[in-house]
Design a protein around this ligand. Structure first.
Ligand code: COA
Length: 370
């Protein structure tokens, strides 16, 4: 494996979480479950649910605009927009194209990236390659999901796990030392159907039969997925560190995919790494798939857990089975987050008009709106 070309820095970060909260007590009224079971098996207490006027693109655009502001850039400084998502607004156009319009960028190329929960980390790796090769100077990478729209709220094995949100980063070219140090990406199709969404693609196009069989919702073999996740997160982390020429002792903070606190603890144990150097916010958001790592990164910075010169390890795992890890040296001033303080949903302009007829709020959650 050739050594990584350096000079690629994370210069901007931003996130957006919808305001509606779905608690474990709420889920107790929907399926046969209880708070004690959910907390002890997953660490999740609540998750955010996108509102009826929100989609993956609208949330991604807010997170993206915040990341651009944090980097001290204007939307038009961005050369490439990548959106990792498994819940795009549509199969086409891409969510990235909608985000480009919404943030008012005029010249960037924009495309989506399908790597499920590893979507942001795979997007980061792709952005790194574009910047390192000179094809782009600034790339906006977003992980955004509206998982509540493909969660089966009659299936207690999955509906307790997932939530909505968006997180973003800007990667930029710079001659400063630090930045990205090592990247690992793996895909293991032997586990492709451990977590999947059977219908709506070319294999099983939408029909009365697929609707009747609830095949437009995520399905998962929980226990097998759990075991694969712990194993793969560990091996991917080790591989990225090796490529960076670092050991675990060099890492100040691990920011893992927030799927389940027990998976995260299993990862720390397998690496013999202290949990107090692992960032965890799954309790407040559940598993937000591609949004989880950048949402956690944003909260870690806001909580003062990331300083200039710190070495971070971002690591994710998802359907595919995909896994990716990034070792990086943080070079930005965490105080730059203040630049994005006033940016909100009102600052992005998703083309109105298409939402009403085709975006019904999930019937199982309609009561949340009352
Ligand atoms: C889903 C998960 C929490 C289930 O925990 P588990 O310990 O594996 O539990 P099991 O699936 O073996 O189920 C144990 C029992 O709890 C029950 N159960 C499942 N979901 C339940 C719920 N929400 N509330 C109460 N009981 C539940 C099961 O029916 C089973 O009952 P049984 O023994 O009578 O058959 C766990 O497997 C997991 O987190 N897997 C990884 C999921 C993940 O992170 N996916 C995304 C990866 S990106």
């Amino acid at each position: 494996m050739p050594r990584l070309v350096s000079g690629v820095h994370l210069t901007g970060w931003g996130a957006y979480a919808p305001s509606q909260i779905l608690t474990n007590a709420d889920l107790e009224r929907m399926v046969e479950t209880n708070d004690e079971w959910i907390v002890s098996r997953t660490g999740i207490r609540e998750r955010r649910i996108a509102g009826p006027d929100e989609t993956t693109a609208s949330m991604a655009a807010v997170a993206g605009l915040r990341a651009i502001a944090t980097a001290g850039l204007q939307p038009d400084d961005i050369d490439l927009i990548l959106v990792g998502t498994l819940t795009p607004d549509f199969p086409m156009p891409s969510t990235a194209a909608l985000v480009k319009g919404a943030i008012g960028n005029k010249h960037a190329a924009a495309m989506d990236l399908a790597a499920a929960c590893s979507g942001f980390v795979f997007g980061y790796a792709t952005a790194h390659a574009y910047v390192a090769s000179g094809m782009a100077k600034h790339v906006l990478v977003i992980g955004a999901e509206t998982l509540s729209r493909c969660t089966d709220f009659t299936d207690r094995g999955t509906c307790i796990l997932f939530g909505d949100g968006a997180g973003a980063a800007v990667l930029s070219a710079s001659d400063e030392p630090g930045g990205t140090l090592g990247i690992e990406m793996t895909t293991d199709p032997s586990g492709a159907y451990l977590i999947w969404l059977p219908a709506g693609g070319s294999s099983r196009p939408a029909s009365d039969a697929t609707l009747g069989a609830r095949e437009h919702y995520m399905k998962m073999k929980g226990t097998e997925t759990y075991k694969m996740a712990v194993r793969t997160l560990g091996s991917t982390s080790q591989a990225a560190l090796k490529k960076a020429g670092l050991g675990l002792d060099d890492i100040d903070l691990v920011i893992p995919h927030q799927a389940n606190v027990r998976i995260i603890e299993g990862l720390a144990k397998s690496l013999d790494f202290p949990m107090d150097k692992v960032f965890v916010n799954v309790g407040s958001y559940g598993n937000t798939s591609a949004a989880s790592v950048p949402l956690a990164l944003n909260e870690a910075v806001a909580a003062g857990r990331v300083k200039k010169g710190d070495r971070l390890l971002l690591v994710a795992f998802g359907s595919g089975l995909t896994s990716g890890a990034i070792a990086l040296e943080w070079t930005a001033d965490p105080a730059n987050a203040a630049r994005a303080a006033n940016i909100g949903p009102g600052d992005v302009s998703i083309q109105p008009g298409y939402l009403e007829p085709i975006n019904p709020f999930p019937p199982a959650l309609e009561w949340l709106l009352k």
